[in-house]
Design a protein around this ligand. Structure first.
Ligand SMILES: Nc1nc2c(ncn2[C@@H]2O[C@H](COP(=O)(O)OP(=O)(O)OP(=O)(O)O)[C@@H](O)[C@H]2O)c(=O)[nH]1
Length: 524
């Protein structure tokens, strides 16, 4: 049997739709939120990088401005080493921008340096670019004469006649606390993000992780972008292969690049947390929704289910009543119910007709032997007492022979009509042979049965038949005495009594003697 019910189908469909809708909503929400978060993170990193680049640039410009002031003074007293040393000391201690100060002549030989313990006076500068360029410069990172990783800010010294005399420069020690650390470190305070500053040669001047300062980084798309455009954003893998959301900007004065970045997974973790909460929050509504669908599905399917069940038992006696009691509730079920009632009625009527046909004699419409046997079986089971009349038309052969078979048939029908007229509705007249009849009289005593038999005999004798005139009938009357004898015994006895009636002159009734069930009158 097919187990898939309408309710299950509705539920499965509703469940599938709900799941598909939720997944779709979930995916759309996730995608839109992810894009928004990524774009926001990228833009915020870019803005922060641009701001840092601007501050660093301003800082470098103000450092160079201080060097210019000192260079102007030194241009006037370049031949006075003591004066130059004083100016270098003053400048170094003016603020904490530089880690050291030095003045070199036009060949790059250090003629004064602060702090004095650097011991580099008389040595030649490592980076000779300032001497070649003869303009204010910010160098890439390099290892100084003193062995420190530094950047060198320099300004040319000229006398009043504009003659180039040498250079004054300040170093920023990248591995020690310095102004860049102050600027970037002070402003930067967001979790899981990192910021770094690279020079033109891709060397780290500052990094959130101090151990990485001085490291040269090749093959990094974010650094490429930072060194080659003013500012922008990029989602790319870093040198460790971690996907990063980076904002970058270039420091115009030094052509350094500053990068602010955070791992993509870090940005998305908040979104995942959000989606997790979304799912948890949706569960109660899902449960309520599905319960509602379950209830509605039950309401929709209940009448159809009942109608389907009842449709499987169309010939059950009270089926129509049960179908009528189904609360259909909506148009389709109402129509189905009506159609089912009509169909079942039709079927039952037809079955009834077939039953009648199967149990009745086609010529007379009386019950046939099968119907009689069924009735007797029922009475046997219930112990219902009855009397039997065995009847036979007298000289019926002659009617056939004399008037033809059609008149014979007419005679049989007429006798059947007379039998019905003489009987109660509970009595059962049966045609069991050609012109032989058995009449069962339930709950009738022998005396009553004898009266009925006589009434039948007289009625038939008095009823003229078209084409045949009057016919007579002989009857034997027996009574069943209950379970001490079989039903076939009482039928046989009635038959024998009929035989007696025939033998003793026909057109008569012979009745079983009272209280002698097994005693049958001898033929006279
Ligand atoms: N017309 C007609 N005749 C039938 C039918 N069935 C049986 N018969 C005839 O009924 C006749 C019965 O004749 P018999 O058994 O000799 O009995 P009877 O002539 O009635 O004589 P008794 O019973 O001794 O009075 C036969 O001629 C059958 O052919 C039927 O359905 N229609």
């Amino acid at each position: 049997m097919h187990k898939l019910t309408l309710r299950t189908l509705i539920l499965l469909f509703a469940l599938a739709s709900a799941i598909a809708t939720l997944i779709n909503a979930f995916l759309v929400t996730y995608t839109v939120q992810k894009r928004a978060l990524v774009e926001t993170a990228l833009e915020s990193n870019r803005a922060y990088a641009a701001k840092l680049a601007e501050i660093i640039n301003d800082n470098l410009n103000s450092d160079l401005a201080r060097l210019r002031y000192s260079a102007t003074l030194m241009g006037q007293s370049f031949n006075d080493p003591a004066q130059m040393a004083r100016e270098a000391r003053r400048l170094l201690h003016q603020d904490s921008s530089f880690s050291s100060l030095l003045i070199a002549d036009h060949e790059g030989v250090v003629i004064a340096a602060e702090p004095a313990d650097l011991n580099i006076t008389g040595k030649t500068l490592r980076s000779l670019d300032p001497l070649v360029e003869k303009r204010p410069l910010v160098s890439p990172a390099f290892f100084s004469i003193a062995g420190n990783l530094v950047v060198f800010l320099s300004y040319p010294i000229r006398n009043d006649a504009g003659e180039y005399l040498g250079v004054i420069g300040g170093t920023i020690h990248l591995n020690k606390s310095n102004s860049l650390h102050d600027i970037i470190g002070k402003h930067f305070h967001r979790d899981a993000s990192s910021v770094y500053l690279v020079d033109q040669s891709r060397r780290l001047l500052y990094h959130t992780d101090p151990d990485r300062i001085g490291e040269q980084i090749n093959d990094n798309a974010i650094i490429d972008a930072a060194l080659n455009s003013d500012n922008g954003t990029l989602q790319a893998g870093n040198s460790q292969g971690i996907e990063m959301l980076a904002g970058y900007a270039r420091v115009p004065q030094s052509q350094w690049g500053i990068v602010v970045q955070q791992p993509l997974h870090n940005v998305l973790s908040t979104l995942q947390e959000l989606m997790h909460r979304l799912i948890i929050g949706m569960i109660p509504m899902c449960v309520i929704g599905l319960s509602l669908i379950w209830w509605v599905a039950s309401r929709i399917s209940r009448p159809l289910r009942k109608l389907a069940d009842y449709a499987q038992q169309p010939d059950t006696v009270d089926n129509i009543q049960r179908i009528e009691q189904v609360d259909a509730g909506y148009y389709e079920a109402v129509q189905l119910k009506r159609a089912l009632i009509t169909g079942v009625r039709l079927l039952q009527t037809r079955i009834g007709q077939l039953n009648v046909q199967a149990q009745s004699d086609a010529l007379t419409g009386l019950a046939n032997r099968r119907a009689m046997d069924e009735t007797l079986t029922l009475w046997q089971e219930t112990g219902r007492p009855f009397a039997v009349l065995a009847a036979d038309i007298d000289h019926f052969k002659r009617i056939n022979d004399q008037f033809g078979h059609d008149v014979g048939d007419l005679t049989l029908k007429s006798v059947a009509t007379s039998l019905r007229q003489c009987l109660r509705s509970a009595d059962l007249p049966c045609r069991v042979g050609g012109e032989e009849f058995l009449i069962l009289l339930p709950d009738a005593s022998l005396a009553v049965a004898a009266d009925v038999a006589e009434r039948i005999r007289a009625t038939i004798a008095a009823t003229p038949i078209e084409g045949a005139g009057h016919v007579n009938i002989s009857l034997g009357v027996a009574h069943w005495h209950g379970h001490q004898e079989t039903q076939s015994a009482v039928l046989k006895r009635a038959d024998e009594l009929l035989y007696t009636a025939k033998r003793t002159g026909r057109n008569r009734v012979v009745v079983q003697k009272a209280n002698t069930p097994m005693e049958v009158p001898e033929p006279g």
